[in-house]
Design a protein around this ligand. Structure first.
Ligand code: AMP
Length: 336
């Protein structure tokens, strides 16, 4: 199927899956807007019904280069959730994918792009993953729909499935998730150079060229691959500045929109809320500006503690200034 065909199928498949016995569980929720000192208007989704969702323990990805005993992202697919296959053939790389609806949905039509073969969720996004993801975003734009993508990579990123899956959330707002307001407001002196948003936690952002959505898959590939690699380098460099970073493979979150790619290094999966002692699990969605809480009590605790403080606790300290100075020094070395 093409990305456009997948998108056409999403609505009807979602409605069928919701009705089917043993199909998709849709949890109703309310959205509360909350602006914090960073100026971002966070969308906090209050979803009490999630308290009934089965708790999935975090797999230890680093030890898993093969599927677990039960891998819901391998065939036979649940027919209620299966939307269709996607194949990507590029010069020198190819990968087959399957699109599945999220079985536990808070946002209607939340879907997953999973690799057909098992690949580890602790592995980085490869060029075909990036191109396939962006082609879905571009196809949505063409169909006058709004989507953004996210990827939770590694043990401490908030992921709960070990099989590589990139997630997509439909949005009402054509401007993208809340973080995009801040990303878009940054005036860049040099194109093609990663930058950082002035936030409480380390983050690395890359702005795509103008009208990137009109690029062919072959033209998307080098830009996306270069963007991801340069941001991943910065993530590793940020982690190296933290002497207490947990051992093992790095964890980070990725958010991809039509205009930007964001990478956020992670040091821990959950934050214990000071006011209630509840554990709040944090994944890429929170760094896109969309948090999920399961009770009014949690909602109040998040507002009191402050989103910035919570995200800083599960992320890392920004060393952006040091990194910029380092790059400038390297450039001087090359010139002399
Ligand atoms: P993460 O927790 O980031 O690893 O994302 C895993 C996603 O897969 C979540 O959105 C889950 O709700 C979803 N999920 C879990 N089990 C299934 C399943 N059997 N079929 C489809 N989606 C699932």
């Amino acid at each position: 199927m093409t990305p456009a065909e997948i998108l056409t199928q999403l609505g009807p498949r979602f409605e069928q899956a919701k009705e089917a016995e043993g199909g998709l569980l849709f949890f109703t929720s309310t959205i509360v807007k909350h602006r914090d000192e960073s100026g971002i208007e966070y969308e906090i989704t209050l979803c009490p019904a999630l308290q009934n969702k089965p708790h999935l323990p975090t797999p230890h990805f680093a030890q898993e280069n093969k599927p677990l005993k039960f891998d819901p992202f391998l065939p036979p697919y649940d027919p209620n959730l299966h939307v269709g296959p996607l194949e990507l053939r590029l010069d020198g790389s190819e990968e087959d994918y399957v699109v599945l609806l999220n079985k536990y949905s808070v946002v209607p039509q939340h879907f997953l792009l999973v690799t057909k073969e098992f690949r580890s969720q602790a592995s980085p996004l490869l060029p075909p993953d990036l191109v396939q993801t962006y082609l879905l975003l571009a196809a949505a734009r063409k169909a006058r729909r709004n989507l953004f993508a996210f990827y939770n990579c590694g043990d401490n990123s908030g992921a709960s499935q070990a099989h590589k899956h990139i997630q997509f959330i439909p949005l009402e707002d054509e401007d993208g998730p809340p973080i995009e307001y801040l990303a878009r407001s940054v005036k860049l002196e040099t194109a093609d150079t990663p930058f950082a948003l002035n936030l409480s936690y380390a983050n690395h952002v890359y702005r795509f060229p103008d009208r990137f959505y009109s690029y062919s898959p072959e033209a998307l590939e080098p830009v996306l691959a270069q963007a991801f690699l340069s941001l991943l380098d910065l993530v590793i460099s940020t982690i190296r500045h933290d002497p207490e970073y947990p051992a093992g493979k790095p964890s980070y979150n990725v958010v991809i929109t039509l205009e930007h790619m964001h990478l956020v290094p992670r040091r821990q999966e959950t934050h214990v809320l000071a006011e209630t002692g509840d554990q709040l699990s944090v994944n890429a969605l929170a760094f896109a500006g969309m948090l999920l809480v399961k009770s009014e009590r949690e909602l109040e605790a998040v507002k009191t503690e402050g989103v910035g403080k919570i995200l800083r606790a599960v992320g890392l300290e920004s060393v952006h200034e040091l990194q910029v100075q380092g790059t400038a020094a390297e450039a001087r070395d090359v010139e002399t």
